[in-house]
Design a protein around this ligand. Structure first.
Ligand code: NDP
Ligand code: MG
Length: 391
């Protein structure tokens, strides 16, 4: 049984996952309460959220002079900078942290929240990819659960309820294949930012949308699965499923396959992470659209076209090599995607740059937090040094 109300610390409240988390809280005010909240530069929206949800503590990272000035004006009580994120994540009244910032900034606050005994509802996959060993070991040591919000991992987690790890044959992560699944290979060099941002089935923040086009996102999800479910890479496969109705599957040793399905919606995994082991009744809430099987004409499954998606291969290789390779991968990808989004490099250059960075990377075994962040920062610098050659 879950004890309600659950008190939530929310990092990344103005983003795609953050806003959908607040939709859930808005629909279930008896079950959830926001006690602390943080965002970065969307100060107006953060101020509206504060007005509506009345958290006890607000943090605004405010990484530009304009956003800092706005934050001082609209949120005079907000904590600014790094320390604010730590304070929000570890708020004394919070039961659970929803880690929904994008990028690397979530790592330290998530580890701090684990240290403070908070359950973690984890959307921010970079945290697990870079520091899966640190996060999972810390959570085990303290006895804190990590509930996945990423839809594929939420699906696997739901399939695994009541099952033992020894009975898993393999995890099957589904991938929509993104907007370029069928684009002729010789046209990929001309892909524009707006084409790459037009994901066929999911509406997400810009970084993860580009990662979904290159399938870097799927590679990161393979690494995420390795840590969340403690299975070897050899037992994790990816299958392309363009309709995004089946969110992932688990094949058991007896040949039985369990899958979790719904229309594409991040509200469901968010609710699952927040209400576990209970489930929230959404009937009449207008939050989730009912799946009518008669409207789903057919479901397709196909193998991944590996040569089309070099980022996927690079991610899985980095995960298998371990050490700080995944950190370099995450740093290089962040920087390369940023350059692509700003129109400085082509779509194909994203993978080329990441590969060049990984070839140069000097890995460190069993990295601590500092080594993890160093590897990531150094990969970002290398991209900055190299990118003009790939522009
Ligand atoms: P968005 O880009 O939409 O939102 C990111 C959020 O993080 C914003 O609220 C942003 O604030 C905040 N943020 C970024 N940097 C900082 C910082 N330094 N301090 C405080 N807040 C910060 O991303 P998404 O919501 O799409 O994704 C969030 C995470 O969840 C990512 O790691 C992504 O991979 C993962 N994820 C997302 C899914 C989705 O459907 N969107 C699905 C599965 C995983 P501001 O806007 O104010 O600048
Ligand atoms: Mg996902």
């Amino acid at each position: 049984m879950t004890t309600f109300p659950k008190r939530i610390a929310l990092l990344g409240s103005t983003g795609s996952i953050g806003r959908q988390t607040l939709d859930v809280v808005r629909k279930f005010p008896e079950q959830f309460q926001i006690v602390s909240i943080a965002a970065r530069s969307n100060v107006e929206l953060l101020a509206q959220q504060v007005q509506e949800f009345r958290p006890e503590l607000v943090a605004c990272y405010a990484d530009t002079p304009e956003s800092e000035e706005k934050a001082r004006l609209l949120l005079p009580d907000a904590l600014l900078g790094d320390q604010g994120l730590l304070a929000v994540a570890t708020h004394v009244d919070a039961d659970i942290l929803v880690a929904a910032t994008s990028g690397l900034v979530g790592l330290k606050p998530t580890l701090a929240a684990i240290g403070a005994g908070k359950a973690i509802a984890l959307a921010n996959k970079e945290t697990l990819v870079m520091a899966g060993h640190l996060v999972t070991q810390a959570a085990q040591r303290v006895g804190v659960p990590i509930f996945p919000i990423d839809s594929e991992h939420s699906a696997i987690w739901q399939c695994l309820r009541g099952e033992e790890n020894k009975n898993i044959h393999r995890l099957l992560i589904t991938a929509s294949g993104g907007p370029f699944r069928k684009t002729p290979l010789d046209e990929l060099k001309d892909v524009t930012v707006s084409q790459a941002l037009a994901h066929p089935t999911w509406h997400m923040g810009p970084k993860i949308t580009i990662d979904s086009a290159t399938l870097m996102n799927k590679g990161l999800e393979v690494i995420e699965s390795r840590w969340l479910f403690q299975v070897p890479y050899e037992s994790i496969d990816v299958v392309v499923h363009p309709e995004s109705i089946v969110h992932s599957m688990v094949e058991m040793v007896d040949g039985s396959i369990k899958m979790q399905a719904s229309l594409p919606s991040m509200h469901i995994p968010i609710m699952n992470a927040l209400s576990y082991p209970d489930r929230l009744d959404v009937s009449g809430s207008h939050l989730i659209r009912e799946l009518r099987w008669s409207e789903v004409a057919s479901l397709h499954f196909e193998d991944l076209d590996l040569p089309r998606f070099p980022c996927f291969r690079l991610a899985v290789e980095a995960g298998k090599r371990g050490g700080t390779y995944p950190c370099a991968l995450v740093g290089a990808d962040e920087e390369a995607v940023d350059l692509f989004l700003h129109g400085h490099i082509s779509y194909l250059a994203i993978a080329e740059l990441i590969e060049a960075v990984l070839e140069r990377h000097q890995s460190v075994d069993q990295p601590d937090v500092a080594a993890t962040l160093d590897a990531c920062a150094s990969a970002r610098r290398t991209v900055r040094e190299l990118w003009k050659k790939y522009a």
